[in-house]
Design a protein around this ligand. Structure first.
Ligand code: SF4
Length: 405
């Protein structure tokens, strides 16, 4: 069969299949570009089943570009809590503000304008232009690269930008006239449901008859993708500081800076251990555990003036970002009593390592005073109910829930 006929077969069969089986997903109720935009951002690196409830509550809360543009950032982050990759939410809101200011709250039917919005890359702009406006733009993500690499038996490394550009051209040439939106969604649907990464279901596949990878038995070998570098490990120790007195039943949390990783989200206070101390989290001598307790105490004291006393191990947890792997140990800690800081840290060391108070006191010395406050810089005492309004990354949400349970 001629190459052109193989392409036509692919487009026709795929489109026909999609129109028969397409899933009833909330963002497919209509072609409102704002709804398409939100769904495409949420679906990046996240499964459809996970996205559905988030999408529904997000659209209830922010039903229009203007509603999203005018919402406080904390509320937007709170609605995103648990989905991860929070810069997506911040960029989405920044894009909504731009659409509100420059285009009167209406997403423009203009490729360059859509592609210029914050957080909108070539895939998302292609998805919005094709699904919402039926423009013949390709929308190529990992799913689409996998399907086309297999169907056409392409051996280029899909991790390379040049391969993506080549596949975008190929995908554009496959779009049937007047059916860009459905065709792009059909490609995504095939990648998600049939031509899956590890075990493609070739038998029920609508394009199996001319799929070059299947015909040559190479469907699980393709696509070729060089492995990304594994995320860099960071070892961190965190404190769950229980309040007392007027802060009884509360826990000390802090807000992350306005820029960078997990910007503006809330977390338990924690610090990164120097590389040569990383093994402290798995195996530490009593003296080292005491030093760790001191480091945590000093961090909180420096930031807030509060004296705390790490009391005992609570749990270990991991969190993997795209480029960093946090390996964390959480300690329960109490507020120090009205006494000198050196006594307090010594008590902390003593409680963790079983040194006598006198031994610990001579080993660890600090000299500032404790002072409690409701809000201390970026730190704050929160009760369980405050978690309903403050946005936390999944990791800390999980640990705090576990703590309060
Ligand atoms: S036949 Fe198999 S490998 Fe080819 S596109 Fe279909 S599911 Fe993928």
């Amino acid at each position: 069969m001629e190459q052109e006929a193989i392409k036509t077969f692919f487009s026709t069969e795929l489109l026909g299949w999609y129109r028969l089986i397409k899933r009833d997903l909330p963002w497919r109720k209509n072609r409102d570009p704002y709804r398409v935009w939100v769904s495409e951002i949420m679906l990046q690196q996240t499964r459809v089943d996970t996205v559905i409830p988030y999408y529904n509550q997000f659209m209830d809360k922010f039903p229009s570009v203007t509603a999203l543009a005018n919402a406080p950032e904390t509320e937007v982050l709170k609605s995103w809590e648990g989905l991860g990759y929070y810069s997506r939410a911040r960029n989405l809101q920044a894009g909504a503000k731009e659409v509100a200011q420059r285009y009167g709250g209406i997403v423009p039917d203009d490729k360059a304008a859509v592609a210029g919005l914050k957080g909108v890359g070539p895939y998302t702009s292609g998805a919005i232009m094709s699904i919402a406006f039926n423009r013949p733009e390709p929308a190529v993500d990992g799913n689409v690269m996998r399907v086309l690499s297999r169907y056409f038996c392409l051996e280029d490394d899909i991790a390379k930008p040049s391969t993506r550009i080549g596949i975008e051209k190929l995908a554009a040439s496959l779009i049937p006239e007047g059916a860009a939106g459905d065709f792009n969604q059909a490609l995504m649907e095939l990648g998600a449901l049939v031509c899956t990464p590890k075990s493609p279901s070739c038998l029920p596949c609508p394009v199996m008859e001319h799929c070059a990878a299947r015909l040559s038995g190479r469907e699980t070998e393709l696509p070729i993708k060089t492995k990304a570098k594994p995320p860099r490990a960071e070892f961190r120790a965190a404190a769950i500081v229980a309040g007392s007195g007027e802060h009884a039943d509360k826990v000390l949390v802090r807000q992350r800076p306005a820029t960078g990783l997990l910007a503006q989200m809330w977390e338990l206070p924690h610090l990164e251990l120097p590389k040569d101390k990383a093994e402290w989290l798995s195996e530490a001598s009593p003296k080292e555990q005491g030093e760790l307790a001191e480091m945590i105490s000093r961090m909180v004291e420096t930031d807030t003036g509060l004296l705390i006393r790490p009391r005992s191990w609570f749990t270990d947890a991991d969190h993997i970002f795209s480029h960093i792997h946090w390996k964390m140990r959480f300690y329960l800690a109490d507020l120090g009593e009205e006494r000198s800081a050196s006594e307090d840290v010594a008590a902390a060391a003593s409680s963790l390592i079983g040194l006598t108070a006198a031994e610990a006191a001579s080993a660890y010395k600090v000299d500032s005073q404790a002072e409690e406050a409701e809000v201390i810089g970026t730190y704050r005492w929160i009760s369980k109910s405050d978690m309903e309004t403050l946005p936390f990354p999944n990791l800390f949400l999980r640990i705090l829930k576990q703590y309060w349970e």
